[in-house]
Design a protein around this ligand. Sequence first.
Ligand SMILES: Cc1cc2nc3c(=O)[nH]c(=O)nc-3n(C[C@H](O)[C@H](O)[C@H](O)COP(=O)(O)OP(=O)(O)OC[C@H]3O[C@@H](n4cnc5c(N)ncnc54)[C@H](O)[C@@H]3O)c2cc1C
Ligand code: SF4
Length: 327
Amino acid sequence: MKLAKFDYQVPRSLIEACVLLEEMDGKALAIAGGTDLMLPMKERLKVPECLVDLRAIPDLTAISYGVQGELQIGALVTLRHLASEPTVKRNYPALARAALKVATAQIQAMGTVGGNLCQDCLCLYYNQSVGSKHGLERCHKAGGDVCHTVKGSKECWATYCSDLAPILLVLGAQVKVVDSIGEKIIPLKDLYTGNGKQPQTLRPGQLVTQIIVPLQGPKSQNIYLKLRVRKTIDYPALGVAVSATQAGAGQKVSVGLTGVDKRPLLIEEISREGLFGDEEIEFLVQKAYTIARPLNNLRDFTPKYRKDMVKVYVQSALEQALQLAER
Ligand SMILES: Cc1cc2nc3c(=O)[nH]c(=O)nc-3n(C[C@H](O)[C@H](O)[C@H](O)COP(=O)(O)OP(=O)(O)OC[C@H]3O[C@@H](n4cnc5c(N)ncnc54)[C@H](O)[C@@H]3O)c2cc1C
Ligand code: SF4
């Protein structure tokens, strides 16, 4: 299917991009790698009057370190760049591996970290071209008044499926958000609304410019596990990230999930004086199982299977991360 006509702007500065997007008040969209945006545009699910290409803006493609050793990832850094950067591979290996689990090598070469976090939620009933919908009534996400996934619901339950969000959440990441007035740094979890229709809290004219990941202690270990049918191209039907840190005689653990709700989920840091045993692991497994709400709007696996797999994947990720942290 051919794209509809749209205006195309290539601002040379961040402020120019923010002002353009703000003035168009939702009728213009930012584009980075375009791997998330192009398909819905071809399917006429998104019909922006203008695309604002962020790729000519300087300084958004760098990976650097701050004064406290924190990792600073420019929003336009590609997934391939992130995964191949030697210091990221050494200091944040699970993050580098998560980037390599996104889609395919081609998408990793084009897709950016900012675009990955700002990607749209998915739903089988929505992500089809207009012609394939066979008379389905327009749902909330398409501007209508019904939901085909959760019948009778007044809200959209489309599923958020970024592979990077859960690992960045357990690493304690923050994002820098810039607009025409200034900038702010917010915890990554505050980037998400929990509404499948409009997943990010950004207003028109606000852009993510940097992802900031705190320096991890020497005794901190992270794992990301992804459930999918094929070893490539598939979105996560479930993604589980765990961070485990040995702090003196005690341990700290946090768990992140993707593919099982309208936003990425985080079980925030839980500490224990001694080592995590079976009881603590079971507590976290149950907690993850309770908060995960997989629905029948993704292509692969049944919601029940995905929910059952939450237990298996969280247990496995916890055991692996805790074992590594104890070494
Ligand atoms: C076949 C296929 C398979 C895929 N599989 C996966 C997968 O397994 N895992 C996964 O996580 N993703 C997957 N994706 C989604 C997508 O390709 C990746 O998430 C990619 O990283 C998106 O980055 P991008 O730069 O291409 O985003 P774009 O398409 O350029 O942008 C995505 C959205 O974010 C907004 N945006 C982009 N940059 C910014 C910014 N700096 N500030 C504010 N808003 C911004 C855009 O306006 C747009 O709404 C898949 C896509 C396809 C087509
Ligand atoms: S969850 Fe419901 S409202 Fe949202 S895209 Fe799917 S069918 Fe539409």
